[in-house]
Design a protein around this ligand. Structure first.
Ligand code: ZN
Length: 216
């Protein structure tokens, strides 16, 4: 499996620093179980964070300690690289997400939201919402904009957005400047997990009327 759309640097830095709402943390943690390259980038951020902490906390040195520290560093073998963490998951809902749902896909309590699509809202703390979406193959979501950041991770099937195709493990980030009509590829239903900050802005009348009922 080749993940072609990875989490952005700023979101990954926020995840590493622990400053994101829980809904975004769950989506990024799930993305990391499906994308070894993104996991490697996270390790670089964590290493960088460790170096910054060391550099911003000066300590008083005892006489001669600098020399002894340098001598120890020179004598020590370079640390072995950490073994790669197990990252592949065959479950439709990998571990960080299945823990939030309370099981794999069979445990999801879907609710219809129209045109054959279904959703399940996953309770989280913080200002962002988390939901699973199931879109039938070939069906489109209503054209919409955003009043905040929206992060979508594909778990099954695929969807296209403009010229880009997103498949399992791919992550798309939309914001206030994004207006789009994601459309599931023909074939099996596309299942995604979506974290969103703020409400969607629909251009069509019917989705706007339905919005209070489906809590998007
Ligand atoms: Zn969107």
């Amino acid at each position: 499996m080749q993940v072609t759309h990875q989490v952005s640097d700023d979101m990954l830095a926020g995840y590493a620093a622990g400053t994101l709402p829980e809904a975004f943390n769950i989506v990024i943690a799930t993305h990391l179980t499906l994308c070894p390259a993104a996991l490697e980038r996270l390790r670089l951020f964590q290493d960088l964070g460790g170096v910054l902490i060391e550099e911003t906390e000066p300590v008083a040195l005892a006489p001669g300690s600098l020399e002894s520290t340098l001598a120890r560093l020179i004598a020590e073998e370079p640390p072995a690289p950490a073994p790669p963490a197990p990252v592949l998951s065959c479950d439709i809902l990998p571990e960080p997400l299945s823990a939030a749902v309370g099981g794999d896909i069979a445990a999801v309590r879907w609710r219809p939201i129209g045109m054959g699509a279904r959703q399940a809202i996953i309770p989280t703390t913080g200002p962002a919402t988390l939901r699973l979406l199931r879109i039938p193959g070939g069906a489109a979501l209503p054209d919409h904009g955003h009043s905040g950041t929206e992060m979508t991770l594909v778990l099954q099937g695929a969807y296209c957005d403009g010229a880009d195709v997103y498949a399992r493990g791919d992550l798309e980030i939309a914001d206030e400047a994004t207006e789009h009509t994601p459309t599931a590829e023909p074939g099996p239903a596309c299942i995604c997990v979506v974290a969103a900050h703020g409400r969607l802005r629909f251009s069509g009348l019917l989705p706007r009327l339905a919005q209070p009922f489906i809590r998007i």
